[in-house]
Design a protein around this ligand. Structure first.
Ligand code: PXG
Length: 299
């Protein structure tokens, strides 16, 4: 059976969840979104995701017609309606229906869509052995054109990078910024470890400020692992001791080969293993409960 989809105040079966071909989200990629996870009946970092969604919307002058609290309740309701416990949530706010011109002022009704479904997780083998990735020729959007901090519906930049990765038989692509510094992957942030120090590009390089990235920085600091946000080049990445990616979908996933070079000794490093473990301990422990009343009654 299909899922119930929240579409502008109503729950409709997924087959009936349709938007207009005049929606500027479809015509121009004009809109914003979030990808959120629920673990063991709890929505992970929901407030942080909503915060980022509202920031992205503000950056593109899109007024979300629900408050944060209302949106939060709708997300929880969508999960309950679909009886989900471990889930992936796709929250989309599009500019809405307009005419065939660009002008967003002609789109009076932004569309809110919440899709919740079971998650397909990466094979555990990848977490034990690490991924092989490559740097690609497609540069990350420059912040003065489209700031990568905005999680917009326009993902062509990342899709072009993904096409390069796929053509070369690897699952992810590392994108550089216009100056050749490491930015991020198509749907993940990137970290390296150098002499015991955890290093990740600062957001001004032109990256999405990942929720998982921020969680990992906090976990590392709690474990007294020094963390630095600083720029680095592909050669610094090649000679690093460890590398991993972070994202809502991939969580914390090791990288053991970049552009044909083994990272460290080619095996998953100690700090990466530690952070994978700490991250897994956190998810499912922390979060906004989906079935609050039930839990309170039984607890
Ligand atoms: N960089 C980019 C460009 C992303 O799109 C991340 C980093 C990681 O951010 P979070 O906040 O997730 O730690 C993302 C996240 C999808 C999907 O279905 C994409 C993301 C997350 C979840 C699902 O394509 N991108």
């Amino acid at each position: 059976m299909g899922q119930w989809v929240y579409l502008n105040g109503e729950y409709v079966p997924q087959e009936a969840a349709k938007i207009s071909v005049f929606d500027h989200g479809f015509l121009y990629g004009d809109g914003v979104f979030e990808g959120i996870r629920a673990y063991k009946g709890k929505v992970f970092k929901l407030d942080e995701h909503l915060e980022r969604l509202f920031k992205s919307a503000k950056a593109i002058s899109l007024e979300i017609p629900l408050s944060r609290e209302q949106l939060k309740e709708k997300i929880l309701e969508t999960l309950r309606k679909n009886e989900l416990y471990d889930a992936y949530i796709r929250l989309v706010v599009s500019r809405g229906e307009g005419d065939l011109g660009l002008d967003p002022a002609k789109c009076p009704y932004p569309q809110i869509i919440i899709i919740a479904d079971k998650i397909s997780i990466y094979p555990e083998k990848l977490y034990e052995e690490g991924l092989e990735v490559i740097t690609v020729s497609t540069r990350r959007n420059i912040p003065s054109a489209i700031d990568p901090r905005i999680k917009s519906l326009n993902y062509l930049n990342n899709i072009l990078a993904k096409i390069e990765a796929s053509a070369r038989g690897v699952p992810e692509a590392i994108m550089l910024n216009k100056d050749g510094y490491i930015a991020e992957c198509t749907g993940d942030n990137l970290f390296i470890v150098e002499r015991g120090v955890l290093i990740t590009p600062p957001t001004w390089v032109g990256i999405l400020e990942g929720i998982t990235r921020n969680v990992v920085i906090e976990l590392a600091r709690n474990e007294n692992i020094p963390v630095e946000e600083k720029v680095f080049t592909p050669s610094e990445l090649y000679s690093s001791d460890e590398c991993f990616l972070t994202g809502t979908a991939a969580e914390v996933i090791p990288v053991t080969k970049v552009d044909g070079r083994a990272i460290g000794d080619g095996r998953v490093g100690r700090i990466t293993k530690k952070l994978i473990q700490s991250f897994r301990e956190l998810t499912g422990k922390e979060g906004v409960p989906i079935y609050q009343e039930k839990e309170e009654k039984s607890g």
